[in-house]
Design a protein around this ligand. Structure first.
Ligand code: PSU
Ligand code: MN
Length: 314
């Protein structure tokens, strides 16, 4: 007999759900995953700590249990205690962990915040179907020269999960990112709109083919997607025009932030945190307030979609 050289099946991760998350998953109650990179590297200290609590409260307002995800001392935690959230939000040296960094952090007992890609992976392996964030990573504006395209995109082509976001970060090349999402067969629908949101602003200038009108429709689309092929459903949830960042201010501060990054020679995974920090300071906190606001709206909608999904399963 030929020896079997087929790869061993994945054994799952050592992800550890909190007692509340474990109880909810066991009972089939709705749970929403939340990422920690946006707390540790996307929002400034100390405001990030209050935002962490507000985002979790928004998930609960939507009817679901929040599960913020991070790796602490080599353990991927799904659902953090208050003390663990303190750690994630306070440590200026906390690593930013994409999927490729997870095995290193776990094997070596290290700590780090998880990105959209690694949060989605840990959430899905823990049995969570819905994830809320601010904006996805994507194709950077100089990607033709730098090849800088977020690993979020390929991750979403493989991981079965609903991701609620306000589009992609507007520091990116939005049309190129939408093209890549199409190539990767990631399903994308607008929430009550076919205008693709522009993160801080309601309209990115790009249009979507499809929209859903309520959480039940989003759940129905995801149920079909899951039966058809692995990969994510992105639900793009724009800020109302009245709550967006002034578009003229938006364009001005983004141009300044990207120029500052270029000047400082910032590249790779440090680029997004650098640019977001520059924006928060250049806009005197206006981008920060809008950023938190859009994450809260996404968290609440994600909670509602998780409720609709568990009602289908019941
Ligand atoms: N969206 C935000 N703030 C953030 C990010 C997204 O509103 O901090 C983070 C997410 O964790 C996302 C990551 O996965 O930026 C993408 O980083 P990169 O471009 O290096 O892949
Ligand atoms: Mn990158």
């Amino acid at each position: 007999m030929q020896p079997d050289h087929s790869p061993a099946p994945p054994r799952g991760t050592r992800a550890v759900p909190s007692p509340e998350v474990r109880a909810a998953l066991d009972a089939g109650r709705p749970v929403v995953a939340l990422e920690s990179t946006l707390l540790a590297h996307g929002l400034p200290r100390p405001d990030n700590r209050a935002a962490a609590d507000e985002v979790e409260a928004a998930v609960r307002a939507g009817g679901a249990v929040p599960a913020t995800i991070a790796v602490l001392d080599g353990v991927p935690h799904v659902g953090l205690t208050s003390g663990q959230l303190d750690r994630v939000c306070a440590d200026p040296g906390l690593a930013k962990l994409g999927i490729r960094d997870l095995p290193v952090a776990v094997a070596l007992g290290l700590s780090g915040a998880t990105t959209v890609a690694s949060t989605a992976l840990l959430a899905a392996t823990a049995g969570i179907d819905v994830f809320a964030t601010g904006g996805l990573g994507g194709v950077h504006r100089e990607a033709a020269e730098t090849f800088d395209e977020s690993a979020d995109l390929t991750a979403l082509s493989r991981i079965p999960l609903v991701v609620v976001c306000a589009g992609v970060k507007s520091i990116l090349d939005v049309p190129a990112t939408l093209e890549r999402l199409e190539s990767l067969s990631v399903s994308v629908v607008g929430y009550r709109t076919t205008t693709f949101p522009g993160f801080y602003v309601a309209d990115s200038g790009a249009t979507l083919d499809w929209s859903v009108g309520d959480p039940e429709q989003a759940a129905a689309v995801f149920a079909e997607r899951r039966d058809l092929v692995p990969g994510a459903l992105v639900v793009a949830n724009p800020l109302p025009a009245g709550e967006q960042l002034d578009p003229a201010l938006h364009d001005r501060v983004i141009a300044g932030a990207l120029a500052a990054a270029e000047q400082a020679g910032v590249r790779g995974k440090a680029l997004t945190p650098f640019v977001l920090d520059h924006l928060h300071r250049a806009s005197a906190g206006a981008t920060l307030a809008v950023n938190v606001r859009l994450v809260l709206r996404n968290a609440e909608l994600a909670g509602q979609i998780a409720v609709a999904l568990s009602a289908r399963a019941a």
